[in-house]
Design a protein around this ligand. Structure first.
Ligand SMILES: Cc1ncc(COP(=O)(O)O)c(C=O)c1O
Length: 404
């Protein structure tokens, strides 16, 4: 096994990295240690870097498209990692999952349709519903013993209420694995949800961008795989769209490339129509990075997963032993950790945020960014060298001590 170095402290300042160079704008100071936005502080897989260097050497960066080799790489990856077999024609390439979610809503919704989301959840889901002039049904996750679950009983009620008001409940935007709470939804949970959506004739937009980042003992189940394996969903599959990317997995989010899987020909046509006029072509770097990551990056990914696991174990132990006022939810997937800060003693979110930014000088995503259900929580990104993670935790611990 090759030796990959995830501990190296890369200097990302003055590289136009949003995570680092937007600190003053976002946190009010350049002194904060950034542990926020979902990108990693280490270099991508060496094979990806090498191919991009070679491509840059060629010096011509004209318009590009996904050739058959890109389709092949994606098909192989889905088969190899998830035992998901798709037809090539279901696959579409996009510049990102967020634009792809917006195109899908544009294709299927009308003004004032209701769209379900499950907060606390990735904030652009709220934005996508709003941008498409729909009303969000916020079916908040339930938290019990520091573990999150979907509230399907409440969802049934919300759907009923919406229908009684004469609303059309058109779609659900689903996060799997779930950012920020780190859940990897299991087969029985997914099947219950899928049966409900099928019964109510609701489109499912399944954002699976974090699907490669799974901790030992858990398994990501693409919804499409579950649907394909069951005759009962043959028709319902026509209402399902899946979104994936190599961007989080291989730290290439800045190259703006994702893919969308739509089995229904009719829906694919509507989707492509919704995209018209938006200038949605892919960059040659993004496509090449995706292909190389999937064809040559698996060993690097396995090493990264081990590093993330050890970072998570470090954080868990640190909190238990030295900072017990903060509780992390059990990490199942994603490199994001959801921290319950309610026992730090602050009266409201403003105080908590001010404390983290100004006193501890760490840049975390405030829980409320993910909806009201995220109140008194913070999201921490642990995809960074251990030394940096420790520095962040030390800063919080010191500030807590001085604040008592
Ligand atoms: C759940 C989820 N979806 C989408 C994205 C962003 O996707 P993209 O950059 O491809 O638009 C993120 C980034 O953090 C995410 O966490």
């Amino acid at each position: 096994m090759q030796n990959f170095n995830f501990s190296k402290l890369e200097n990302r300042e003055n590289t136009m990295a949003a995570k680092w160079d937007k600190r003053a704008e976002i946190f009010g100071s350049e002194d904060v240690l950034p542990l926020w936005v979902a990108d990693s502080d280490w270099q991508t897989a060496p094979a990806v870097k090498q191919k991009l260097i070679e491509r840059a050497e060629a010096g011509i960066f004209g318009y590009s498209f996904a050739d058959q080799s890109i389709y092949q790489a994606v098909e192989d990856w889905l088969q190899k990692r998830f035992e998901l077999k798709i037809d090539r024609e279901w696959l579409l390439f996009d510049t990102g999952v967020v634009p792809a979610i917006n195109f899908t809503l544009k294709a299927i919704t009308e003004e004032n349709d209701a769209v379900i989301i499950q907060p606390p959840v990735y904030r652009p889901f709220f934005g996508a519903v709003k941008a498409n002039n729909c009303r969000p049904i916020k079916n908040e996750l339930i938290k019990e013993d520091n573990h999150y679950q979907m509230d399907l009983a409440n969802l049934k009620l919300e759907i009923k209420k919406a229908k009684e008001k004469g609303e059309r409940v058109r779609a659900m935007i689903f996060c799997s694995p779930h950012n920020p709470v780190g859940r990897v939804w299991q087969e029985d949970e997914l099947l219950k949800l899928l049966r409900l959506l099928k019964k109510e004739d609701i489109y499912l937009l399944s954002d699976e961008i974090h699907s490669d980042l799974i901790y030992p003992g858990y398994k990501h189940q693409p919804v499409l795989k579950l649907l394909l394996a069951r005759e009962e969903f043959k028709d319902y599959r026509q209402k399902v769209v899946s979104f994936m990317a190599a961007s989080k997995t291989f730290n290439i989010a800045g190259l703006h490339t994702s893919y969308t899987i739509i089995e229904s020909k009719k829906l694919r046509q509507a989707y492509n129509k919704a995209k018209e006029g938006f200038g949605t072509g892919n960059s040659p770097f993004g496509l090449l990075a995706l292909k190389t990551a999937y064809n040559q990056g698996e060993e690097w990914l396995e090493a990264q997963l081990k590093y993330l696991e050890s970072n998570y174990n470090f954080l868990k132990e640190y909190l238990q032993e030295r900072l017990p006022q903060i509780k992390a939810v059990e990490a199942e997937g994603t490199y994001l950790v959801w921290l319950d800060c309610s026992e730090l003693g602050f009266e409201n979110d403003e105080q908590l945020i001010e404390f983290m930014n100004k006193k501890a000088k760490v840049g975390l995503n405030p829980g409320r960014w993910f909806g009201d259900a995220g109140s008194m929580h913070m999201r921490l990104n642990l995809a960074c060298p251990r030394e940096r993670l420790k520095e962040g935790l030390d800063r919080i611990k010191e500030a807590v001590k001085n604040n008592l």
